[in-house]
Ligand binder design. Structure first.
Ligand code: NAD
Length: 284
């Protein structure tokens, strides 16, 4: 029997309706809404369309939202000034900086300047540290979104063997910690891992974010396993995942498609984190 699909839209819809219900309740109690600010530098068309989409979605959910557009010539100090102003703005609870920033800008220094209590992308070292030490902080959006996909079919994660093809700061490292919190046994693989196919064959949960089109063949998948494909590579006019979907879907128990997998959830996760930041500010 072919695998059941874990569709990003379905997961995102569930999270959005939870956010809406909570927001309505908080608005009735406080007469206030969460605010999200997005900072974009330069005119990169794909980045601009991501930012506009984020604003559209946040307004649709009832958030206050603003976009700060700076020219590609903006200096490091110009961007820092905007971040500092947003850090001090009581109507803004979450700040996200659209990446990539122009090459001359020190990206890490800009991200580190965001108030950790407004770091709704979960990329500030303080929030990374909290994740590492099991304290409450903002979880990195992509890893948190993947975790929501894994938990969507309500299958136990406890005691499962999870294999991650990624050791990146936004996927493999944070996701390994989130899975450990759920008592999975985690193996983190990367470009230098030997016998990758054999390791994957042992996985009850296989997550890949290598960005290598069709790296994972059908015979790498354990029968009945959950396969989450985070990889997205533009090949000609198509977006291609890391998994040979047509082969893997015949063997896996659950599988996420590309496109239509984790992508739609990440914006919703950003809203979820912004709502958490708002609640923290209200001390609710
Ligand atoms: P990255 O380059 O930082 O990390 C890639 C990881 O894959 C590294 O740990 C590397 O060691 C590993 N890797 C590469 N080739 C490999 C191979 N042949 N075998 C085993 N491991 C290998 O990339 P990233 O920023 O984490 O993104 C990875 C992919 O995930 C990209 O396709 C990106 O588009 C996608 N992505 C999607 C979303 C989303 O929202 N859908 C978000 C983030 C990243």
């Amino acid at each position: 029997m072919p695998a059941l699909l874990i569709k990003g839209d379905e997961v995102a819809n569930k999270v959005r309706s939870e956010i809406s219900a909570e927001l309505k309740d908080l608005y009735e109690k406080t007469d206030r809404v969460p605010g999200l600010a997005v900072v974009i530098v330069g005119e990169h068309p794909a980045s601009l369309s991501f930012v506009i989409n984020k604003e559209k979605q946040s307004k649709k959910l009832g958030f206050y939202s603003e976009i700060h557009r700076l020219s590609a010539e903006a200096s490091h100090e110009d961007i820092l000034t905007v971040i500092q102003q947003l850090n001090g703005d009581d109507n803004i609870h979450g700040i996200m900086v659209q990446l990539p920033l122009p090459e001359k800008i020190n990206e890490k220094a800009i991200l580190d300047a965001i108030d950790p209590d407004k770091d709704v992308e979960g990329v500030h070292p303080i929030n990374m540290g909290k994740l590492f030490s099991d304290e409450k902080g903002f979880l990195p959006c992509t890893a948190y979104s993947i975790m929501q996909m894994i938990e969507f079919p309500r299958q136990p994660v406890f005691g499962k063997s999870a294999v991650l093809i990624s050791r990146s700061n936004i996927v493999g490292k944070p996701l390994s910690l989130l899975l450990l919190r759920r008592n999975a046994s985690v193996t983190v693989c990367h470009s230098q891992t030997k016998d990758l196919a054999d390791i994957c064959r042992e996985a009850d949960i296989l997550v890949t974010a290598a960005g290598k089109p069709e790296l994972v063949k059908g015979d790498w998948v354990k029968p009945g396993a959950m396969v989450i494909d985070v990889g997205m590579t533009q090949v000609g006019d198509k977006l291609v995942g890391d998994v040979v979907f047509e082969e893997a879907k015949e063997i896996a128990g659950w599988i996420s498609p590309v496109p239509g997998g984790v992508g739609p959830i990440t914006i919703t996760t950003l809203m979820k984190n912004t709502l958490e930041a708002f609640k923290k500010k209200l001390e609710i």
